[in-house]
Design a protein around this ligand. Structure first.
Ligand code: CAA
Length: 258
């Protein structure tokens, strides 16, 4: 099992699951939890036997935000010189696909953590919000940028300026989550989706992730040029030969992840 204090880390087949585990604080994201998540995700990312990662919380809370008690007395210099939340950028840079499986509260930094995963599968109990404004602060783990890209200006503005929480159905309509499932099926659904991804060629899945992320950072023309170069480059992979041969021979491909 896990050698981490604030999370559980499990491996099953080619899927790694990170479960946030500070139940008394509704998985509030303190410094230790951030370090544990980042280090476990990096460990999984470096493991050639892992092809997808699931990050989840509890039934009650995915995460209720950054740890307010840890931050409340901090000064500007503490935040600036400590480069507070910098660790989360390392998680965003993980190349292995990451699914957030969200039940219960995903608020503030919790919503932002879900958003920095590649996509979200939500339980029907999930609640998303950016309530920082009620604390006299603003989102600090990418929410103002990633939420806006996910749900558009009007929805993001309303959520960030009023602190209004939205339920799973509304989050699905807004494009924040890929799919809503009954709460009791969340982990199974997330893991089976992760297994599907992990059964594909790992380098191809990584390249697909990189390409979709590029769509948020570049022009259409540059993005399409980048896609074309990457598309050409996958013909250097054994997995491309295997995938296409398997189709023609009417059998399942046996990807070697190279
Ligand atoms: N930080 C620290 N502790 C937290 C926490 C947080 N973000 N959220 C919950 N907790 C703690 C509570 O203090 C409480 O601890 P005690 O039992 O020691 O008092 C415990 O978790 C259980 O919480 P509640 O009793 O409040 O549970 P509830 O069911 O009544 O309410 C809730 C649940 C609506 C999620 C409520 O806890 C809440 O509003 N939490 C704060 C949400 C929030 O404002 N998040 C944004 C944080 S700032 C941020 O995230 C900045 C950023 O951009 C990164």
């Amino acid at each position: 099992m896990s050698e981490y204090e604030n999370i559980l880390l499990e491996r099953s087949g080619r899927v790694g699951t990170i479960t946030l585990n500070r139940p008394k604080a509704l998985n509030a994201l303190n410094f230790g939890l951030m370090q544990d998540v980042v280090s476990a995700a990096t460990e999984l990312d470096n493991d050639p036997d892992i092809g997808a990662i699931v990050i989840t919380g509890s039934e009650r809370a995915f995460a209720a935000g950054a740890d307010i008690k840890e931050m409340s007395e901090k000064t500007y210099m503490d935040m600036y010189l400590g480069n507070w939340f910098r660790g989360w950028d390392t998680l965003a840079a993980v190349r292995t696909p990451v699914i957030a499986a969200v039940a219960g509260h995903a608020l503030g930094g919790g919503c932002e953590l879900a958003l920095l995963c590649d996509f979200i599968i939500a339980a029907d109990t999930a609640k998303f919000g950016q309530p920082e404004i009620k604390l006299g602060v603003i989102p600090g783990i990418g929410g103002s940028q990633r939420l806006t890209r996910a749900v558009g200006k009007a929805n993001a503005m309303e959520m960030i300026l009023t602190g209004r929480t939205i339920g799973a159905e509304e989050a699905e309509r807004a494009g924040l989550v890929a799919r809503v499932v009954p709460a009791g099926e969340l982990l199974d659904e997330a893991r089976s989706t992760a297994e599907t991804i992990a059964s594909m060629s790992a380098p191809v899945a990584m390249l697909g992730k990189e390409l979709v992320n590029a769509a948020f950072e570049t022009t259409l023309d540059s993005g399409i040029r980048f896609e074309r170069r990457v598309f050409h480059s996958v013909f250097a992979l054994e997995d491309q030969k295997e995938g296409m041969a398997a189709f023609i021979e009417k059998r399942k491909p046996d990807f070697k992840h190279r």
